[in-house]
Each structure stands twice: as structure tokens, then as C-alpha cells.
Design a binder for this molecule. Structure first.
Ligand code: THU
Length: 164
């Protein structure tokens, strides 16, 4: 005979903007998406053949981009988002990252559905957002649909941060 626990439940909602066309985005965000698409093609991804590009906008208007860099020892490689963010934080330690766009090129074409950053990248993006106390908009692009989160917090509910 089992017994029934009265479990309390909590729902966590996140909100994403959804677009069907890049032209619906503000001009600066369109150029970030184009930059992410362009740099995706230059990724070093001979193992996965999944080429990812990330482009980000700094508070001073500068655009920084990066792509995934793989390694024969798989875990030694790194994602596009972290390549771009770490470079930005290294070169511009006082500039918040206000927007980040991600795009994927594989099998000779850009992904149809939005590409979403992996868990490790989300954690790193959150650190940057918290460090500069400024929300980072995240544009996840696909040819058919684009998702935009207005803060990394929306991509990482119940996140672990330095307050923990
Ligand atoms: N990758 C990224 O660069 N960003 C993501 O958000 C997801 C995954 C890379 C890591 C690896 O080189 C390849 O894509 C396949 O997972």
C-alpha cells in the first residue's frame, strides 16, 4: 500500500520573442545575425560538421564574433558562444555584452530551426550578464524562425550564481 504525498508544485515561465523573418529585427540585430552566419562558415568543426557562429554587440557599439573550435580530444574543443564571449571579455573587460546572436551552418545550409546555446555556454553568458549588471539579449536564429530572449536568465531558470 502506497501513501500519497501532498506535493506543492511551482511553475516557472519564460518568455521568448518569436520572429519569422530576420527583417523583423532592428537593423543592428540584423547585422549581428549576418555576422554570426558569416563566421559560422569559418568554424573548425571537422568532427561534428556542425558549424556554429556567434556575434555579439558590446555597450560601446563594437561587434565581436567567434565560432566553435573542435579538437581530436573532444572535450578540449569549445563552443562558438564561449569563444566569442571570452574574447570579448578579454579584449574589453569593461564593456557589457548587450546582445548575442547565434547561427548554425551544417550540411551546406543554415539551420531551419533556431539554435539554442548549450548549458555550459548559458552559464558563461549568465556570468557575463551578472558581471556587467546588464541584460544580454540572445538571438537564436533559424531560417524559418528566430527566438529572442531578453535576458540570459530566461535561458537558465533556477540558475546558480555567485550569490549561491
Ligand atoms: N556548439 C556550439 O558551438 N554552440 C552551441 O550552442 C551548441 C554546440 C558546438 C560544439 C561542437 O563543436 C558542435 O557544436 C557539436 O556539438
Amino acid at each position: 500500500m502506497g501513501f500519497k504525498l501532498n506535493r506543492m508544485k511551482k511553475q516557472i515561465n519564460i518568455e521568448l520573442e518569436v520572429y519569422n523573418n530576420i527583417n523583423e529585427l532592428p537593423e543592428i540585430e540584423q547585422s549581428l545575425v549576418l555576422k554570426a552566419k558569416e563566421i559560422a562558415k569559418k568554424a573548425y568543426a571537422p568532427y561534428s560538421k556542425f558549424n556554429v557562429g556567434a556575434a555579439l554587440l558590446l555597450d560601446n557599439g563594437e561587434i565581436v564574433s567567434g565560432n566553435n573550435q573542435e579538437n581530436a580530444a573532444y572535450p578540449s574543443g569549445i563552443c562558438a558562444e564561449r569563444t566569442a564571449i571570452f574574447y570579448a571579455n578579454a579584449q574589453y573587460p569593461n564593456q557589457a555584452v548587450t546582445t548575442l546572436a547565434v547561427a548554425v551552418f551544417r550540411n551546406g545550409e543554415y539551420a531551419e530551426q533556431p539554435v539554442t546555446p548549450c548549458g555550459s555556454c548559458r552559464q558563461v553568458m549568465l556570468e557575463t550578464e551578472n558581471r556587467f549588471q546588464k541584460p544580454m539579449r540572445v538571438i537564436m536564429t533559424g531560417e524559418k524562425q528566430i527566438y529572442v530572449a531578453e535576458s540570459v536568465k530566461d535561458l537558465l531558470p533556477l540558475s546558480f550564481d555567485s550569490l549561491d
